[in-house]
Design a protein. Sequence first.
Length: 192
Amino acid sequence: MALAMRVVDAAKALVGCTLEHEDAVGVIVETEAYHEVEPAAHSHIGMTPRSRVLFEAPGRLYVYRSYGIHALANVVVEPEGVGAAVLIRALEPIEGLGTMAMRRGRTRPVDLCSGPGKLTQALGIELIHNDTSVRDGPVRIGPPPRGWERPRLVVGPRIGITKAADLPWRFCAADSIHVSRPWPPEMRRKAA
DNA sequence: CATGGGATTGACT
DNA sequence: GTCAATCCCATGC
């Protein structure tokens, strides 16, 4: 499968950008790409009531419930009619840490947004935000904050899936302690 | 209409 | 390392 897909490039480019909702803001440090041509994607089965948003024009937010408990947030990519999205898996929290801690019931910054279910809880992202615009809000994607370097990326296989688990479509900021577990081998070595 | 399965997390052995 | 919680939705009868 060709690796040079728009959604893969978008997954890389989103690392370093900001995700914000109300007063809570974080820098994206981990993403995964999903595309209709591979079976792990919700869009793989075609357009259903749930997957419809994935086929919309780029820039829509796709939020779904995972394991009956967590809301997971994705950014729709690829032209209208192609079902693809980038899953936001972890943030480095930079604003509104008090609000996040309240919502999470945890105080350590590293426990606030270091996982796809954690970050939606910390930012207050829920199913009502499904099919909203990441340009116009209320949940917004923004450019990297001033003074932030674009992070070096570590690539690895996607997490928590059973199908197409071999595709290296997970992208982590190499030096961030806010990446979700398990860390890619390359990061484990360094942090020990 | 009934059933089964998750793109997870936190608690516990 | 194991395991349960919990709900939306796809599927099949």
